[in-house]
Design a protein around this ligand. Structure first.
Ligand code: NDP
Ligand code: OXD
Length: 309
């Protein structure tokens, strides 16, 4: 069995060593143009040339949860694309989102500013029931995040394409439930995949439907958000601010207004990192299963090309 590794912006050697150790009989190599044909690919944002040349693939494994970069390419018909299914990301995402929600709700950013100015201040506690959190996307990450938020007794709501039942979470679904979901939300968390349906979904007319003083946390993809609409709604006072981990261009360009906006907190796409050991174990297990004839439907994380996630 031959495995081709083609990941931009990723140090290859530790992945090659890990995959080789997990799949001792396999040839594992970094792809270069005209490389021998592989059985399986492990990729992150590969060039189109990789897919044009690798015509014998039986599976393409994405070393991230989001497959939007892959979905922009012409993919070979009938070759399954498999994304990371949690692999240690959901607990990190729960930490990040709970931190951002609590930092905003408890006004820790304001206390930090006061302390930095040598000021011993008290603020009237906010009411938890006024800070309903709405999670867009109730998949592997969104469900874990919404469950984690219920532990802090925030009113939690979720929105997904298909109807869900999650204990302690008020679930809305589809177009029909979208406006009611937004209208009930004070802190909005985006954990949607980036698809044709969700691109630009955080824009003026949707964000304007949130409760006055709403807060936005985008941990999905930069292209979900219309940057200037967010800034306009914060500056007009409708939104209280935002925490953003993902951007249309990454790294975020030095001149981008998000860097310096006093009500926007920026982190460098770090809310849920790909954990190499967990990811290698998951991918190797699935390659072994496919190689020994397991049906593709038995694997978690198989992307539906029609839905785009
Ligand atoms: P999943 O595929 O498990 O979940 C996606 C969720 O979004 C599902 O609940 C799905 O609904 C819902 N959804 C998709 N399209 C629509 C739509 N048009 N309307 C309403 N709901 C929709 O993905 P994950 O939870 O694993 O990951 C989510 C995203 O998080 C990734 O695609 C990636 O972009 C981002 N991410 C960001 C990271 C970071 O570090 N910032 C790290 C990892 C991921 P349904 O359940 O009905 O299908
Ligand atoms: C992912 C990411 O999609 O890191 O896994 O953003």
């Amino acid at each position: 069995m031959r495995i081709s590794f083609c990941c931009t912006d990723t140090k290859a050697q530790p992945w090659l060593d890990g995959l080789q150790a997990a799949l001792p009989g396999a040839v594992v190599e970094v792809w270069s143009p005209s490389a021998p044909l592989a059985d399986f690919a492990v990729v992150w944002a590969p060039p189109q040339q990789f897919l044009e040349e690798q015509t014998q693939l039986k599976g393409i494994f994405n070393i991230g949860a989001g497959v939007d970069a892959l979905m922009k390419l012409r993919l070979p018909d009938g070759v399954p694309v498999v994304r990371l299914d949690d692999a240690g990301m959901s607990v990190q995402m729960a930490e990040y989102v709970c931190h951002a929600v609590i930092r905003h709700f408890r006004e820790f950013d304001r206390y930090e500013a006061d302390v930095a100015n040598g000021k011993w201040s008290y603020r009237k506690p906010c009411l938890r029931q006024d800070f309903s959190v709405g999670v867009m996307g109730l998949g592997v990450l969104g469900e874990r995040v919404s469950r984690a938020l219920t532990q802090f007794e925030f009113p939690v709501m979720g929105w997904s394409r298909s109807a869900k039942a999650i204990q302690g979470v008020q679930c809305f679904a589809g177009e029909a439930g979208f406006h009611d979901f937004l209208a009930a939300t004070r802190i909005l968390v985006c954990l949607l995949p980036l698809t044709a349906d969700t691109e630009g979904i955080l824009r003026h007319d949707t964000l304007a439907r949130l409760q006055p003083g709403a807060y936005v946390i985008n941990v999905a993809r930069g292209n979900h958000l219309i940057d200037q609409d967010l800034i306009a709604l914060i500056d007009s006072g409708h939104l209280a601010g935002a925490t953003l981990d993902v951007f249309r261009t990454e790294p975020l360009p030095a001149a981008h207004p998000f860097w310096t906006h006093p009500k926007i907190t920026v982190t460098p796409h770090t809310s849920a990192r790909t954990l190499r050991e967990e990811s290698i174990a998951q991918i190797a297990g699935k390659i072994r299963a496919l190689h020994t004839g397991a049906p593709i439907a038995s694997l978690a994380g198989v992307v539906d090309p029609k839905k785009g996630y």
